[in-house]
Design a protein around this ligand. Structure first.
Ligand code: GLU
Length: 451
């Protein structure tokens, strides 16, 4: 009779033989399968069948890659690599963001497509999982170059997407402006004004509250998790990394909840607000980032404390929200956070904590909220945007926020259902979120005859 470790080994071998050089994908799959296999071995009446379903969910439906040729400001042709990983459409059309950055590669996008499949399943909305993007770094480019790149990228991507097929959105390096360029290009190419992208400006069919959704959703999840421990956000010292859409909206909502925001960061270092960031300061950071300005230049102008080339995790805090990028928070950072008394970690970015950092948190009684649950608010409001585009009926900001709150509470309850271990006070959200998503996906897979 095979044991848990045998099944784990089988998955590891599968990853090694099929995807030998995709470390981020291995990391994401191993993290989910360690939770799911444990659950299967404890509860399934047909373990082999459940393991086959897990293998089915690991294999992406397809990965397309294409050349993106565009003209730079010197009238030279530049070439980048574009990708779309359509991971799984068991629950609905493929859905997930587009990421532009020099570190974008197929391993990163494959892990993100896999994670997105599980995250989208948790929202309870009919969306499959996908991710895409290009190794194009907008930070080094002029506005004209960014526009030309976005249009060239859509020129290639358009044939693979559609309102019933695959509906991309933004992610790192792709905000409302890039979505607008791509949407316009899609309109030019097809002659159709359709809901083929989400994260659109409300002026051309976007949903109210999409911009706020991911960051606010993280804070709603945190509120639920603190409440489950008999605690609350007011007065808590919170560290945030990143200074993009997720970070700044998480900061905004934390201030609304009377929590203190002690840091924000970029690849260049972190801003330190020992007494807590105030609303006015947050507003000027938002404006500065909108015009693509750097944190250092703003810190210099405003006389704020900026620690170059450092991460904020050595500061004293109650809560940490890593909202920048994958694997930004490593074991040494986790050790510092635990030492400084941090009790809660909520992942705003996708997989920002390394596996050994997560183990360190869990071994030390830190409540850990994984990204697929914590940051699902963004794609949830994308799902609401799709429904609005289909029906032609638009919701107010308040209505979308209400719906988002309801979805985040539902995700929290689903995590508790599967993550509450007997005789333990702390909920294992990593375990709970993977199992809850797996159950949804597994039910659909069974109906499709994956046996
Ligand atoms: N990029 C976001 C995420 O990681 C949103 C995806 C979407 O709205 O489709 O979930």
């Amino acid at each position: 009779m095979p044991e848990l470790s045998d099944y784990q080994e089988e998955i590891n071998q599968l990853l090694k033989s099929r995807y030998p050089s995709r470390p981020e994908f291995h990391q994401a799959v191993k993290s989910v399968s360690s939770s799911v296999l444990k659950h299967i071995c404890e509860t399934s009446d047909d373990i082999d069948r459940s393991v086959r379903v897990l293998k089915y969910l690991i294999e992406p439906d397809r990965i397309v890659n294409f050349r993106v040729a565009w003209q730079d400001d010197d009238n030279c042709k530049q070439f980048n690599r574009g990708f779309r990983v359509q991971h799984n459409n068991s629950l609905g059309p493929y859905k997930g963001g587009l990421r532009f950055g020099s570190d974008v590669n197929v391993s990163v996008l494959q892990f993100l497509g896999f994670e997105q499949t599980f995250k989208n399943a948790l929202t309870g909305l009919p969306m499959g999982g996908a991710k895409g993007g290009a190794d194009f770094d907008p930070r080094e480019r002029s506005e004209g170059e960014i526009e030309r790149f976005c249009r060239a990228f859509m020129g290639q991507l358009a044939r693979y997407i559609g309102t019933d097929q695959d509906i991309p959105a933004g992610d790192i390096g792709v905000g409302a402006q890039e979505i607008a360029y791509m949407f316009d290009e899609h309109k030019n190419l097809t002659g159709e004004f359709s809901g083929v992208l989400t994260g659109k400006d409300p002026v051309f069919g976007g949903s109210c509250f999409r911009e706020e959704a991911t960051g606010y959703g993280c804070v709603y999840f945190a509120e639920e998790a603190l409440e489950a421990q008999g605690d609350k956000l007011a007065g808590k010292r919170c560290l945030i990394s990143g200074a993009g859409n997720v970070s700044l909206h998480a900061a905004e909502k934390l201030l609304d909840c009377d929590a203190q925001v002690i840091s924000l960061s970029s690849r260049a270092g972190f801003l330190h607000f020992e007494e807590g960031l105030d609303k006015e300061q947050l507003e000027s950071i938002k404006q500065h980032r909108k015009s693509r300005g750097s944190l250092e230049s703003l810190a210099e102008k405003e006389g704020w404390e900026f620690s170059a080339e450092q991460k904020p995790w050595s500061l004293e805090a109650d809560l940490a929200f890593p909202c920048a990028t994958q694997n930004e928070l490593e074991l040494a950072d986790a050790e510092q956070l635990v030492e400084q008394g941090c009790n809660f970690v909520f992942e705003g970015a996708n997989m920002p904590c390394t596996e050994d950092a997560i183990s360190h948190f869990q071994e030390n009684g830190v409540v850990f909220g994984p990204s697929k649950a914590v940051n699902a608010g963004g794609v949830a409001v994308s799902g609401i945007e799709i429904s609005q585009n289909r029906s032609g009926q638009y919701l107010s900001s308040e209505e979308v926020e209400e719906e988002l709150k309801r979805i985040m509470q539902k995700i929290h309850s689903a995590c508790c259902k599967h993550g509450k271990r007997e005789n333990e006070d702390i909920i294992d959200y990593k375990l709970g979120s993977s199992i809850a998503a797996f159950e949804e996906l597994s039910n659909a897979a069974s109906l499709y005859g994956v046996n």
